[in-house]
Write a protein that binds this ligand. Structure first.
Ligand code: BGC
Length: 348
């Protein structure tokens, strides 16, 4: 079969190449790949900045935003041939730490977790892949290709869960919410916040293309420019750019008793000023700035429900480009109007 592989930490080594059939030790469920979403993490791995090959190997199969069709459910599985499934990304550490021991691998404390397509286990950008039945999430057949949005939805489902848990530290009536960055994570955050009766604002650099209308169609307000120029102080900010200067502005702009959830890591910024602002905001305004990564099974289940309930026509507009596996390089190059680019391995 063929797979998109890379030698982690070595830029320019990604190729679409012949690769052995998936190892039975990777799971008893055999799946035919339908599509795999591309995200910033994949771009970082291909640029040689992130990623780890499986122990004893030099190359890693890329891809963690999967969608596939069951070819063989194997034994001990409630899945059936033809079911659409998405693979959970992270596996608990082998020690395990207390969080991994209770199934909260997203909160792993010793860093020895593994992640498909990212850290030490092959990903899903291969014509066929295998998975353990307990890590295969069945998606509603009517979602079709939109099932590829499940993984990003899990990331935001966890992040928002954490925001609301943290909010319970005091009497809290959040009303105004800002999302910075209108990529897939930011737009899915806006979608989930807009069903909760908040006043939702989304800020992004793009002045044209599909993003402004997607935001407006949620009943939210779209902004460009600086966070500091907004004429309101958000109670909650979901930061999805990872850009140091945007994070610094968010810290200044957050209302008292507010919460900032950081979901992205990327370009740094003026670290000294950020730290001083952060201390002032956190102490004098009781603010919380926290980070959120990955998702556990509870979030995967909820995200499946969230995706099923969402407006399909709106979701469809998030997938702005489908590329063939042989053109994976084009899929990795960000174009101005891109939101979610997927690599499509087979028809749905
Ligand atoms: C993935 C997460 C993963 C994180 C860090 C993200 O792109 O969506 O599942 O935990 O990268 O590796």
């Amino acid at each position: 079969m063929k797979a998109i592989t890379v030698e982690p930490k070595k830029p320019g080594t990604a190729r679409y190449e012949d690769f052995p059939e998936p190892d039975e030790r990777e799971g008893s469920v055999l799946v035919e790949a339908v599509a795999v979403g591309v995200c910033g993490t994949d771009v970082e791995i291909v640029e040689g900045k992130y990623g780890w090959a499986p122990p004893g190997k030099t190359r890693l199969v890329l891809g963690h935003e999967s969608l596939g069709r069951v070819i063989d459910p194997g034994l001990n599985s409630s899945l059936k041939k033809g079911d659409l499934v998405v693979g959970i990304v992270r596996r608990p550490d082998p020690v395990p730490c207390a969080n991994c021991a209770v199934g909260e691998w997203d909160m792993c404390t010793n860093g020895q977790y593994t992640e498909r397509g990212i850290k030490e286990i092959h990903g899903f950008m291969s014509q066929r892949w295998r998975i353990e039945p307990e890590y295969a999430i069945k998606v509603d057949a009517s979602l079709g290709l939109l099932g590829v949005l499940l993984e990003p939805m899990t990331v935001i489902t966890k992040a928002l869960e954490q925001v609301f848990i943290i909010g319970q530290r005091a009497y809290w009536e959040p009303r105004v919410v800002l999302v910075t960055g209108a990529g897939p994570i930011g737009l899915l955050a806006a979608l989930r916040l807009s069903v909760r009766n908040f006043e939702v604002h989304v800020l992004d650099r793009a002045e044209s293309g599909p993003k402004p209308q997607l935001v407006r169609d949620l009943g939210a307000t779209y902004h460009t420019g600086s966070v500091l120029d907004l004429d309101f102080n958000p109670d909650v900010i979901v930061e999805c750019t990872g850009v140091g200067s945007v994070i610094a502005d968010c810290i200044q702009k957050l209302d008292s008793g507010g919460i900032i959830c950081l979901t992205g890591v990327g370009a740094g910024g003026a670290a000294g000023k950020v730290v001083a602002d952060m201390a002032a905001a956190a102490v004098l305004k009781n603010n919380v700035i926290f980070g959120s990564v990955n998702a556990n099974k509870r979030h995967w289940y909820r995200a499946g429900e969230n995706l099923k309930q969402a407006d399909r026509n709106w979701l469809r507009r998030l997938i702005t480009r489908c590329e063939k596996p042989e053109n994976f390089q084009q899929a990795l190059e960000r174009q101005p109007d891109d939101i979610k680019v997927v690599i499509q391995f087979s028809e749905i």
